[in-house]
Design a protein around this ligand. Structure first.
Ligand code: ACO
Length: 323
């Protein structure tokens, strides 16, 4: 049997930081409200010249260095993103060229905040089937480029960043299982209502690319579906929840993360939390949290990791990994 192993991780945050106090000068909000409702204290934001692909390249270079892999060895490059640089070419093609990995298969996956888990699952299938031996999987976002800075209900939540992993084929697992789901019936609860085919104006007057979210409805579905995907993952691997060493959740809201940890009876010391400093970085959040866990020395080789994510679509998914 062939499995995918994570050979190296990397992440990159744009240097500019926006604190809750900074936001309270833009919209009617407060540090206290944002921290209480979401757990977020600050987030990193891109400035002119920075794009999803530049963040992705920086994260990828760190992951390649950690894995001891050259860009020329990459056979498959997938970017999970909902904020591509361009409509086309894909961000993956731009990243491939900037890295010098020209020639390999490269494409984007748009599954909103679940984009990295979706991309990881796809790369895992390519490796398991023997099609490729080395893959680069990235989650990268510049969500603040489609944030409505007049809407206090959403603009306080999002941040920018990128995370990456290098996967290599191995006789030992590795990625034990991945579980992907979506339910488009919920599309209106969390969406960006403009695009190429429907047009870039919401109505006659209003042009704009912006995130719209029914926060408390989204919150409720997120808790319920994450609960069920965690149970599905444990059952598929005939594992008790006590077997999990680390929970690496999508970082949308500390209260959602705590609810999933309670479901697993995991103390918060066993949960990687970055939402306080990163905000919600959509598909970048899980690989950035993984990289932070690895580089801080918390996550060690051989430990069992459970990753999960939930986002617009709705989409949700999980990955169980022997690191
Ligand atoms: N500052 C101050 N007050 C605010 C702010 C703000 N920034 N935003 C909203 N409020 C007010 C509201 O107007 C409302 O006032 P009202 O009671 O007078 O009407 C009150 O605060 C409560 O608002 P709620 O939306 O009910 O607050 P809630 O406790 O639900 O928290 C939050 C909001 C943080 C958005 C939460 O619902 C949440 O995290 N939802 C899920 C997010 C998520 O998981 N998204 C999925 C991934 S994201 C992706 O895919 C891109």
């Amino acid at each position: 049997m062939t499995f995918s192993r994570i050979a190296g991780t990397g992440s990159y945050l744009p240097p500019k930081i926006l604190t809750n106090d900074d936001l309270s000068k833009i919209v009617d909000t407060s540090d206290e409200w944002i921290r209480e409702r979401s757990g977020i204290r600050e987030r990193h934001v891109v400035v002119a010249g920075e794009t999803t692909s530049t963040l992705a390249v920086a994260a990828a270079q760190r992951a390649l260095a950690a894995a001891g892999v050259n860009a020329s060895e990459i056979e498959l490059l997938i970017v999970g993103t909902t904020t591509p640089d361009l409509i086309f070419p894909s961000t993956a093609c731009l990243v491939q060229n900037l890295l010098g990995a020209n020639g390999c298969a490269a494409f984007d996956v748009n599954a909103a905040c679940s984009g990295f888990i979706y991309a990881l699952s796809i790369a895992d299938q390519f490796i398991r089937s023997g099609t490729v031996k080395t893959a680069l999987v990235i989650g990268a976002e510049t969500l603040t480029r489609m944030t409505d800075w007049t809407d206090r209900a959403t603009c306080v939540l999002f941040g920018d960043g990128a995370g990456a992993v290098v996967l290599k084929a191995d006789a030992e697992a590795g990625i034990l299982s991945t579980h992907l789901h979506a339910d488009g019936a919920y599309r209106h609860l969390l969406h960006n209502p403009v695009g190429v085919s429907v047009g870039f104006k919401e109505n006659e007057k209003n042009a704009g690319v912006r995130v719209m979210m029914a926060g408390s409805e989204t919150f409720k579905v997120a808790v319920k579906t994450l609960d069920s995907v965690v149970t599905e993952t444990l059952n598929a691997n005939a594992l008790d929840r006590s077997a999990i060493d680390w929970l690496i959740p999508h970082q949308a809201n500390l209260r959602i993360i705590e609810a999933t940890a309670r479901r697993l009876s995991m103390p918060m010391e066993k949960v990687i939390v970055t939402v306080d400093r990163h905000g919600n970085t959509s598909s970048a959040s899980v690989p950035m949290a993984l990289d932070e866990g690895v580089r801080s020395g918390k996550i060690k080789r051989g430990e069992l990791l459970l990753m999960e994510a939930f986002g617009g679509g709705f989409t949700w998914g999980s990955a169980l990994i022997r690191f």
